[in-house]
Design a protein around this ligand. Structure first.
Ligand code: PBG
Length: 335
């Protein structure tokens, strides 16, 4: 038997006021993390052809940029280094140089804005000549346990420079435990670990690889021997379980939009903080279609980001963060 017309769902949708009152999920500035590509030297901004509207930022202007993001109420940034070819090596040694780009930038941000949230990426790909996230053997296979030692050095370097949150994105087994242990032993007991627990071997990362300059080294190789098969979810849950047991404070699902089911399952099962990464390819799709006049930029960006909240994400790494925060501040979008 139908309950219509006693129940009419359209009543609540009739007016703006009642739509607002029954809205189940909201997006606020508290949900946003801005990923930033940083390059060394005296330059200021460089455009990224594969990510129209996103710029690489020179280390000399990064503090100014952070000041702006802070004024927009964005709680944190995730830093990614653009490493010049001359600093890349087979063994990624520049990844744990205390005078390297990331430690320098972290120190200057902490000095100017001591409380601002800084998340650093732990993985070797920006620093290796071959573009892999780990150390490789002579067949090109990424070696797990040998890589852990390098990741620990990198994580300690970031923590000692002042990063309050480090984010291993490399997908080696056991890295959360190894890093957590090293942080504890070295007195960094409050350094948070944001684990890229569920990182798929995705084709949506390509614009990022162009942005940081790891695409060339990687060439026609791929990361399928360590990143998760996009067809799998149970395996993703096992990754989350292990990372939490090893000491992760927050787990991340990446990419975002094609994997909303995974965000939902992780949140439901583990009830821990879950972040989503709306990755470079997701940015580029929405940006390109909007630039062509095929999609309404503001509308699709908000819809996509609210979708992450609905799925269960607590916060979202998104290249749209600054723009969205400006919309919120200019009241062009009512959270
Ligand atoms: C590498 C890393 C990648 C991203 C973040 N860290 C790419 C990769 O695994 O090749 C992708 C982010 C994006 O696409 O926006 N450790």
């Amino acid at each position: 038997m139908s309950h219509y017309p006693t129940i009419r769902h359209r009543r609540l949708r009739r007016d703006e006021f009642s739509r607002r009152l029954v809205r189940e999920n909201v997006l606020t500035c508290n949900d946003l993390i801005q990923p930033l590509f940083v390059f060394e030297g005296s330059g200021d901004f460089e455009s990224i052809p594969t990510m129209p509207g996103v710029q690489r930022i020179g280390e000399s202007v990064i503090v100014e940029k952070i000041g702006h993001l802070k004024s927009l109420q964005i709680p944190a940034v995730a830093l990614f280094p653009v490493v010049p070819e001359k600093h890349k090596t087979f063994g990624a040694e520049a990844a744990w140089n205390p005078e390297g780009l990331i430690p320098r930038v972290v120190r200057s941000i902490r000095q100017a804005y001591p409380d601002y949230g800084i998340i650093t990426d732990v993985a070797l790909d920006p620093y290796t000549t071959h573009g892999q996230d780990g150390l490789i053997d002579d067949t090109g296979y990424v070696m797990n346990d040998e890589t852990l030692d390098a990741l620990v050095l990198q994580a300690l370097t970031h923590a000692s420079a002042g990063a309050q949150m480090i984010a291993p994105s490399d997908m080696m087994d056991g890295r959360i435990g190894a890093i957590r242990n090293a942080l504890e032993l070295n007195g960094y007991t409050n350094t948070r670990i944001l684990a890229y627990a569920v990182k798929y071997a995705s084709a949506f990362f390509n614009p990022f690889r162009e942005a940081v300059g790891s695409a060339k080294g990687l060439g026609s190789s791929n990361k399928t021997s360590y990143q998760i098969d996009p067809a799998n979810t149970n395996e993703a849950l096992r990754e989350v379980e292990l990372d939490l047991a090893e000491g992760a404070d927050i787990v991340m699902v990446k990419p975002g939009m094609p994997y909303l089911d995974v965000i939902q399952r992780v949140k439901k099962q583990f009830k821990v903080p879950v972040f989503a990464y709306q990755v470079s390819g997701e940015y580029s799709m929405l940006a390109a279609a909007s630039d062509n006049g095929w999609l309404d930029r503001k509308a699709v960006v908000i819809e996509a980001l609210v979708g992450f909240k609905r799925a269960g994400a607590d916060a979202i790494l998104t290249y749209f963060a600054e723009e969205v925060a400006e919309w919120i501040q200019d009241k062009k979008f009512l959270p």
